[in-house]
Design a protein around this ligand. Sequence first.
Ligand code: ADP
Length: 227
Amino acid sequence: MIYFEKVSKLYDGDTTPALEDVTLSVAPKEFISIVGHSGAGKTTLIKMLLAEEPPTSGAVFFESVNIQELPSSALYHYRRRIGTVFQDFRLIPHKTAYENIAFAMEAAGRGDDEIASDVPHILELIDLTDKKNHFPHQLSGGEQQRVAIGRAIINQPDVIVADEPTGNLDPINTYEIVQILKKINELGTTVLITTHNKGVVDSVGRRVITMDRGRIVRDDAKGQFIL
Ligand code: ADP
């Protein structure tokens, strides 16, 4: 589904590459944890997948298409197939939980009827029906992250990419976020997360990719957090 072929990335002005010769393939429905020290290249790997940065050499393929070769109109559709979640939630502050999720559907051009029928299902999945009218500042960090996950999945992407999704959360909220991501994965969505958190990797219990100085140094089929 996703294939990185010998991808290297040297940012302008840097002397050492952020990614070096990374080859990686991801099958549909995998749940992959990407671990590594700060600066190991995890975020850069994600940026390559989102086509936010071009590789210096090598190529990234999504369903056998080189994403670097997509024209800008197709790039827009491609990015829609990948839902994103970040450490700092990135919700719209003046919109409620419901509206934050609904807005992602509006932006994708979906109609009012569809929005009215889909958003409640997602609120149920993230267990936030009772707080759907709360604004982000009225929600805990864990609840805000659940809204961000709801927004990421509302348009039924093929992949969810979560960059340190539990980085700002306490252990209980971290556990809940992992459970929701596992549920989404069980429903058929491929999940890629980056994390520093051993507890997250252990409770996911799936494939773990360890990065160090831009390289993949381990790729274990079943979860182990070794740094
Ligand atoms: P991680 O997510 O594992 O912390 P990053 O992918 O953010 O790692 O960074 C990998 C390396 O690339 C680091 O050395 C970082 O300083 C460098 N880097 C990341 N983004 C940029 C950028 N926009 N410009 C220059 N160097 C960058």
